[in-house]
Design a protein around this ligand. Structure first.
Ligand code: SF4
Length: 279
């Protein structure tokens, strides 16, 4: 068994939440640059320029990309040959607490659905845990904005609605969301499993590399079709119209009940802040 020091988990979580809030991934910046070159609407082009300039200012000034510094979501994978003393969730939350304090990041978590009292340190993080083979711990860490999360959706379709039903649902969801989730978007879609599994599949989808595609031929075609059809909606950057409504569509799927076709759409805004930490 490999012994992991939970203090390292805290340190790396703290570093990660600060880093992702100040920097967009290079691959995302390059997609926005390409979209700007192709964009035919003058107003939309200028918004894409503003997004690019904003990320430069954030990076150079060590300041947050957005006023909404998000809820921390962690996809935690723990190797079956790893051991540690203590509570790994506490170690992650301590990293979040320190990162949001020392990075001067807005604290967005409230304790209760109705009293809305702020927890004042952006904890607790939302942590999804998986046991994997090996002696590593992998943490995929995101700061997920509330605006795009609020436009996300889980729907139980019937199997007969099929691919066309999924397409209609996704297109209606993105169109009705308009500018509220801060497009251009990364659209994570989970198909299958059951009610809660589809939501997790969609969340995992937004962590995927921007330049990858599904290995399943049918799903890859659906990703490509939806990418084009979402951009044909004309919602545009920040909802002002134009060619660039989404930058990527990622679909993850899972086996499901014969009577069900669960579909979850997790919408990620252009401020797609996430990273991967491996111990
Ligand atoms: S949806 Fe994204 S870009 Fe818009 S306010 Fe929230 S975090 Fe910021």
């Amino acid at each position: 068994m490999r012994q992991i020091n939970l203090e390292d988990i805290t340190k790396l979580t703290k570093k990660a939440v600060i880093k992702i809030n100040y920097n967009l991934n290079n691959s995302l910046v390059s997609l926005i640059q390409k979209a700007k070159e192709k964009e035919t609407s003058v107003l939309s082009k200028s918004i894409l320029s503003d997004i690019l300039e904003n990320q430069e200012i954030a990076k150079e000034g060590n300041i947050p990309l957005c006023q909404d510094t998000g809820v921390v979501v962690v996809l935690l994978e723990i190797g079956n040959q790893v051991s540690y003393n203590g509570n790994i969730y506490d170690a992650i939350n301590e990293g979040v607490r320190l990162g949001y304090k020392e990075g001067y990041l807005r604290k967005s978590m409230v304790t209760h659905p109705f009293n809305r009292v702020n927890t004042k340190d952006n904890t607790p993080a939302i942590i999804h845990t998986k046991i994997i083979q090996g002696d590593k711990i992998i943490m995929k860490i995101a700061a997920k904005g509330g605006g795009s999360e609020n436009m996300s959706k889980v729907t139980m379709l019937t199997p007969t609605e099929g691919i066309e039903g999924v397409k209609k649902l996704v297109l209606d969801t993105i169109f009705n969301a308009g500018g509220r989730p801060c497009p251009p978007l990364i659209v994570g879609i989970g198909i299958g499993g059951n009610f809660e599994k589809s939501a997790l599949l969609a969340k995992e989808a937004i962590f995927r590399d921007l330049d990858d595609s599904s290995e399943d031929v049918i799903i890859k075609k659906l990703e490509d079709d939806l990418y084009n059809e979402i951009n044909d909606l004309g919602v545009g950057p920040m909802g002002v119209g134009g060619d660039t409504t989404c930058l990527a569509v990622k679909i993850n799927y899972h086996p499901m009940h014969i009577a069900s076709l669960p579909v979850a759409i997790n919408i990620q805004c252009h401020s797609a802040r996430h990273t991967e930490v491996i111990l």
